[in-house]
Design a protein around this ligand. Structure first.
Ligand code: NAD
Ligand code: UGA
Length: 458
């Protein structure tokens, strides 16, 4: 079949894979190739077991793979054939040299730019899909222009706003699509080519076009605002625990103001995930590098508050269990950074487990999707059991800590669990998902986040 256009995506990860699957589904007249330097990842994309778990993804991939969606390691051929190249490689926090621990590590990004100039033979639109520091497109353009080969590359920014666990829904029905470009004729034409892709299924009024720098910076700011809401509510949860106010009631009362809004106000053990912390630290680093120290300090507190919330959760477990957890079995319910994903990157569960192990607790971890990643995260540490069955994980335990808000944890038989545990039995509900009064009546000592404790010691 003759395709109208060829799209290439470099990077077959959490973003590249699902995003390209949806573009291919909605644009059958375009051929979409997804390439990666990791051959194992590509093999998985071509198998029955995809490398990532996302509701709805399997069905889409199975429907169109081999028709207009292809996963390959043929990067060179892909670059040559493509009209539009999305770059969706990882941009982690730098771990070395200048800006270590804060700045974005752009080495994968730069390598991609070098690959593109090496193999390209005609004009192309390069789309920044990865999350990048503001003004990265300028650096990209300099690299691409340095080739002196009379090929024109137009760089467009199109950041991704999907959240893990709801990626397919977010891609099919996004709140908005953001496309940033230069405002001259060539830039506007390139932006229009990207608008045309999304216009296949997204109403035009939801497609926002801006200048390049606004688009790049909007992505960092969007994540910073979301994370800031969580740190704000978590900071107040600490105050609630001192005053017998209830964080759930406060979130409802405050969020009912339509100017504030009700979403993203669930107090928790803290936010995790591969992006919030890295993107805020990147924002902090950028502000610092422009000499805007107050701006940097302001956003840095969002990350510090998140760390405080995780530490506070561990300290509370130790304090309430009579200041020692040595040789006590603690069951960790949920290891993923949020429900409906197997991803554990920056999951608060990692920190919580490590700290409890330092206190010589014996840990049993259960999670419906993340045990494989948990084993990798905690490799080399002793005194940990991994259990697929939560009842097994809790058997003989002194305490349960709810760390991920999996729906199934709401519906367990807690009477049965209580009977199998050591007494006094504790539950630390780090997500406020359980029926605390019912648990108290069963006999548990219950410690929610930002809500009064229910214990039998008073
Ligand atoms: P990921 O690590 O899952 O995937 C990146 C892929 O790029 C890897 O498979 C890696 O092998 C590949 N890669 C790296 N260098 C390459 C090269 N030179 N050639 C070919 N392939 C190469 O990362 P991700 O979670 O998909 O994130 C990608 C970008 O999207 C990041 O900038 C991230 O901040 C951003 N983002 C992520 C999410 C999310 O939910 N994960 C959401 C929005 C935006
Ligand atoms: C987040 C953003 O929501 C996406 O828009 C963005 O594209 C993405 O980051 C990215 O750039 O990578 P994600 O990290 O997948 O998506 O998941 P979220 O649903 O945002 O949750 C992040 C963390 O915050 C989780 O640990 C979650 O449990 C926690 N959270 C969320 C709370 O503690 N309370 C809340 O009210 C909401």
């Amino acid at each position: 079949m003759e395709f109208k256009k060829r799209i290439l995506c470099i990077g077959a990860g959490y973003v590249g894979g699902p995003t390209m699957s949806v573009i291919a589904l909605k644009c059958p007249e375009y051929r979409v190739d997804v390439v990666d330097i990791n051959p194992d990842r590509i093999k998985q994309w071509n198998s029955d077991t995809l490398p990532i778990f996302e509701p709805g993804l399997d069905e889409i991939v199975k429907k169109i793979r081999g028709k207009n969606l292809f996963f390959t390691t043929e990067i060179e051929a892909g670059i040559k054939a493509a009209d539009i190249i999305f770059v969706s490689v990882n941009t982690p926090t730098k771990t070395y040299g200048e800006g270590a621990g804060m700045a974005s590590d752009l080495q994968y990004w730069e390598k991609t730019a070098l690959q593109i100039i090496k193999h390209a033979q005609n004009n192309k639109i390069i789309v920044e899909k990865s999350t990048l520091p503001v003004r990265t497109a300028e650096a990209m353009e300099r690299i691409l222009k340095a080739s002196n080969r009379n090929i024109k590359f137009e760089v467009v920014s199109n950041p991704e706003f999907l959240a893990e666990g709801t990626a397919i829904k977010d891609l099919l029905e996004p709140d908005r699509i953001l496309i940033g470009s230069h405002t001259d004729a060539a830039g506007t034409k390139a932006a229009q080519a990207i608008v045309d892709i999304y216009a296949h299924w997204i109403p035009r009024k939801k497609i926002i076009t801006t200048n390049l720098w606004s688009s790049e910076l909007s992505k960092l700011v969007a994540n910073a605002f979301l994370a800031q809401r969580i740190s704000s509510i978590n900071s107040i949860s600490a105050l609630c625990e001192k005053t017998d106010a209830n964080i759930t009631e406060i979130a409802y009362a405050v969020g009912s103001d339509s100017r504030v809004g009700s979403k993203f106000l669930n107090a928790s053990v803290g936010f995790g995930g591969s992006c919030f912390k890295k993107d805020i630290l990147n924002l902090v680093y950028i502000a610092q590098s422009y000499g805007l120290h107050e701006v940097a300090d302001y956003w840095n507190m969002v990350v510090q508050m998140n760390q405080y919330q995780q530490s506070r959760f561990v300290r509370k477990i130790i304090r309430e269990m009579f200041n020692t957890v040595a040789d006590k079995k603690i069951a960790i319910f949920g290891f993923a950074f949020k429900a409906n994903t197997g991803d554990t990157r920056e999951s608060p569960a990692i920190f919580i487990t490590q700290k409890l192990l330092e206190e010589q607790a014996v840990i049993s971890i259960t999670d419906p999707k993340a045990l494989g990643n948990a084993r990798i995260d905690l490799a080399g540490l002793d005194n940990i059991n991994y259990e697929t069955d939560p009842y097994q994980a809790a058997e003989g335990a002194h305490a349960i800590a709810i760390v991920t808000e999996w729906e199934e944890y709401r519906h367990l038989d807690y009477q049965k669990i209580y009977s199998s545990m050591k007494k006094p039995a504790f539950i630390f509900d780090g997500r406020n998902i359980l029926n605390h009064c019912q648990l108290f009546e069963i006999g548990f000592n219950v410690y929610p986040v930002g809500q009064p404790d229910l214990n039998h010691f008073k």
